[in-house]
Structure formats: C-alpha cells, structure tokens
Design a protein around this ligand. Structure first.
Ligand code: KIV
Ligand code: NA
Length: 265
C-alpha cells in the first residue's frame, strides 16, 4: 500500500469514510497495526501513563517521545505518524520549533499540541517551517490540574461554544487535523461538521471523522483504569490481530463507539 499522507486523510473525510487511529509506542506493535490497516499511529504522551506508570502525562519529555517515535517509524510502512508534543515543550513558539524539529527528525509526519486559540501563532509558524500540526481540544490531559481531574468537557452551552470557536481558530491558523477528547456526542458532531480538516475523536461520539484509542485500553492491559469511552477488543476476540481488525472494522462501519462508550450532554 502507498504511504498515507495528510491528503489521504483529508480525502477520507471528504468521502465520508471514517479514519482509523491507534496509539503506538514501539516497532513491533507499529508494524502489526500498520499491517492490519490502521491509518494513523500516534506516539501519544499517554506513554507516561501506560508505559511509565505515571499518574499523568506531565512528566513525559520530548526525548521520551522522540525515542518512541523512532521505534514506531522503524516498524510502520504505510500508516501516517503523529507525535505528541509533551507538557511545556511548546510554551513559546521558539520552544515549539526546536522540539517539533526533534520529533520530525525522529520520524513523525505531524506533531500534536493541546490547547485553543492561544496556540494559533505557534501553529502558523510551525506550518511555515514545514511542520504539520494536529490540534487537541476537549479534555486535554496536560491541563488535568487546571480541570481538577479527568472530566468530560464542553457540557454547558458556553463551554461548547468556546470549544467550537477554538476549533475554527486552530483550523484558520493552519492546523491540518484535530483530536477531540471526551466531549458530548452532539459537540463532536458539530465540530466535525464545521471544520474541513479531519476530526479524530476519543470519547467524542460516533459522528467525528475518525476514532483513536490508546492501544493498551483497546487491549485491556492498561496499568490504570479503563475509561468509559474505550472498549476491550482483546477479551472480545481472544486474539491480538483479530482484536485490531475488529476495532478497525467497527470504526469504519460506525459500530464503535456505541452509546455506552459516549457522553450525552
Ligand atoms: O496521548 C495520547 O494517547 C493521546 C490520545 C488519547 C489522543 O493524546
Ligand atoms: Na496525548
């Protein structure tokens, strides 16, 4: 198969075809996910929780992400590779340029940043310098201490409107993809409809342009608890490859996430 690019993903959205994504942190899983047809692999800073056993993503460093990005890039042939920029690695535009450069050199094709309109100048600057950017709105885990816990976001009308405004601002600044985490299904649908870039949901309902799960959650092996929006595909299938295939199928045909994995307003 031909290597997936941001143009492939944009065409999926335009065709109304769901985009499939998983986190990956090493070459072996990256190769397996890639061979099963997973379109996007994210080296998430979730690795702080699922690989390092920390209770948040805050301790993760750019060199941690770079290390795992090199491994994933070595294992994947076709999948589009996105790397998370860790907590405080993009506090200023100059920091963002330097750290994004490290992740792109490690094998990423796009970097992901958490936050709203305050990031616009950084996003524009990264894109001008050849670094495609994925935004991340809703429950942004790097801000867990501001939120006071891992909570569903955008439930009241004001917050929902603010999130839509931020999403449109990120797109206007040059973001080429958006991850939307832990918001009501209706808000996931509205953001996906309003934006022309692909919107990948996690706990954002079935109507986003694609879905992503943390691989450890999808396989039911997370050191931490299992979030409501995730599903254990390994226990359902009893086989690693079948688990991945079933997840990809259920994303493509809109069977996942069901109402039991989604949030109402
Ligand atoms: O770090 C991560 O794995 C993520 C996904 C949950 C979107 O940001
Ligand atoms: Na992340």
């Amino acid at each position: 198969m031909k290597k997936i690019t941001i143009s492939t993903l944009l065409a999926r959205k335009q065709a109304g075809e769901k985009i499939t994504a998983l986190t990956a942190y090493d070459a072996s899983f990256a190769k397996l996910f890639d061979e099963q047809g997973t379109e996007v692999l994210l080296i998430g800073d979730s690795l702080g929780m699922v690989l390092q056993g920390q209770d948040s993503t805050l301790p993760v460093t750019t060199s941690d992400i770079a290390y795992h990005t090199r491994a994933v890039a070595a294992g994947a042939k076709t999948s589009f590779i996105v790397a998370d920029m860790p907590f405080m690695s993009y506090a200023s535009a100059d920091q963002a340029y330097e750290n994004a450069g490290t992740l792109m050199a490690a094998g990423a094709s796009m970097v992901k940043l958490e936050g709203g309109s305050w990031l616009c100048d950084t996003i524009t600057g990264l894109k001008q310098r050849g670094v495609p950017v994925c935004g991340h709105l809703g429950l942004t885990p790097q801000s867990v201490n501001v939120f006071g816990g891992f909570k569903v976001q955008g439930r009241d009308a004001d917050k929902a409107q603010q999130l839509i405004t931020d999403a449109l601002a990120l797109e206007a600044a040059g973001a080429q993809m958006l991850v939307l985490e832990c918001v009501p299904t209706s808000l996931g649908r509205e953001v996906s409809e309003k934006l022309s870039i692909p919107v990948i949901g996690i706990g954002a309902g079935v109507d986003t342009d694609g879905q992503i799960l943390v691989m450890h959650d999808m396989l039911g092996v997370s050191a931490n608890y299992m979030p409501k929006f995730s599903k254990n595909y390994l226990s359902e299938t009893g086989d690693l490859r079948k688990a991945v295939t079933l997840y990809l199928e259920q994303v493509k045909n809109g069977e996942f996430p069901g109402p039991e994995h989604s949030f109402e307003q």
